[in-house]
Design a protein around this ligand. Structure first.
Ligand code: IPM
Ligand code: MG
Length: 384
């Protein structure tokens, strides 16, 4: 029997291309696993009215962890249009299956490392910082995104029901919405708990401590989002007290977009609520070459799903054109979680070597190698 059972979720679009690349590397590295293919994604929404079928949820429960390619998400009206005719008008509503997975399996922590590997022509070249020997100081950040609360809770309304309006009326600011007519009003909520905020801050500080990082930065907006932002800030400060050797600081979401662009090398561990973490992780990815280089790990207490941060890029689907490096760095995160430390190290060095060589590059890096060519080149180094 294999050591691990991995839920294999290719999902949509280029999810298939990059998962095939992952498989080449996993097999060549002789990763001891059985792969369980699981249905997830847009076509199951269209044909079954559920992008995350129950059989998939059930199958996942029998696996060690999940590996995920990419997902197509569309706004509600578009989603309803694409339902197969017999499912139309049945009141089905679309909910992103990856967001669903995070919630169902309580994968509370989304960890997203963004590292500039030397030789990547797409690395940010703005404020170049060099060390005393004149070498580039790499960008090396890890975003800890709260993964189950905040603006991703799915508590939303349109039109605004009278009962919800009435409940909110303790706040005199609600009056102006009634004047506009509740049928004209949409409401999305940002609900956060002490537990959720404290947990993500602890994850960030623990990681910093374990890896010898010296700074943890909270990204919030408590000057405007007084209650949720205020709660997160208080939890962050409480947790920080337990780590006196780590520098903790707080930046507003808008300000970090500017500072990160000016001085990306200054930041190390970043922690944020769900939506701000989503935004800032794309920003960080942009600094190290874009989504082709951005892996992520959705971590719970006993289960995890690993996925590249990128989407399904439908126009490239099946063309084996996209960069598999984000996916392969994601596999590396899976190795870390499984404590396959030697394999993790070997894979990351192989990826770094292929980037540094600059010979096998996908189109985003200015080359014409295919997704699978890059995977094979990485597998060669990882098995040499
Ligand atoms: C991400 C993506 C998802 C998110 C989408 C696809 C629902 O942008 O993983 O960052 O918003 O979390
Ligand atoms: Mg995102």
């Amino acid at each position: 029997m294999a050591k691990y059972r991995i839920a294999w979720m290719s999902g949509d679009g280029v999810g298939n291309d990059v998962m095939e690349a992952a498989r080449i590397v996993l097999d060549r590295m002789k990763f001891d696993a059985e792969y369980v293919p699981c249905d997830i994604g847009w076509k199951f929404w269209c044909t079954e009215g559920n992008a995350l079928p129950d059989r998939t949820v059930k199958a996942l429960k029998e696996t060690t962890c999940g590996l995920f390619g990419a997902i197509t998400s569309k706004p509600q009206d578009k989603a309803k249009e694409e339902l197969s005719p017999e499912l139309k008008g049945k009141g089905l509503s679309y909910f992103s299956p990856i967001v669903g997975l995070r919630q169902l399996f309580h994968l509370h922590t989304n960890m997203r490392p963004c590292k500039s590997y030397p030789g990547n022509p797409l690395n940010y070249r703005g404020n170049k910082i060099t060390n005393p020997s004149g070498e580039d100081v790499p960008i090396d950040q890890v975003v800890f995104r709260e993964n189950t609360e905040g603006m991703y809770g799915g508590v939303e309304f349109f039109p605004l029901p009278e009962s919800v309006y009435t409940a909110l009326c303790a706040n005199p600011k609600m009056k102006k919405w009634k004047d506009k007519g509740l049928e004209n009003v949409a409401l999305s909520t940002r609900i956060m708990s002490v537990q959720g905020c404290t947990n993500i801050c602890k994850e960030a500080f623990e990681y910093a401590k374990k890896t010898g990082r010296k700074r943890v930065t909270l990204i919030e907006k408590p000057n405007v989002l007084r209650e949720t932002g205020g709660l997160m800030t208080r939890c962050f400060r409480d947790v920080a007290k337990g780590y006196p050797d780590i520098w903790s600081d707080e930046v507003n979401i808008d300000a970090i977009c500017m500072w990160m662009f000016k001085n990306p090398q200054d930041y190390s561990v970043l922690v944020a609520e769900n939506m701000f973490g989503d935004i800032v992780s794309d920003l960080c990815a942009g600094l190290v070459g874009g989504l082709g280089f951005a892996p992520s790990a959705n971590l719970g207490d006993n289960y995890a799903v690993f996925e590249p941060t990128h989407g399904s890029a439908p126009k490239y689907a099946g063309q084996y054109k996209v960069n598999p490096i984000a996916m392969l760095l994601t596999v590396k995160l899976m190795f870390d979680w499984l404590k396959e430390n030697e394999m993790a190290k070997r894979l990351e060095s192989a990826i770094a070597r292929v980037i540094a060589d600059g010979k096998v590059r996908t189109y985003d890096m200015g080359g014409n190698a295919s997704t699978l060519d890059v995977a094979k080149a990485i597998a060669d180094y990882a098995t040499a």
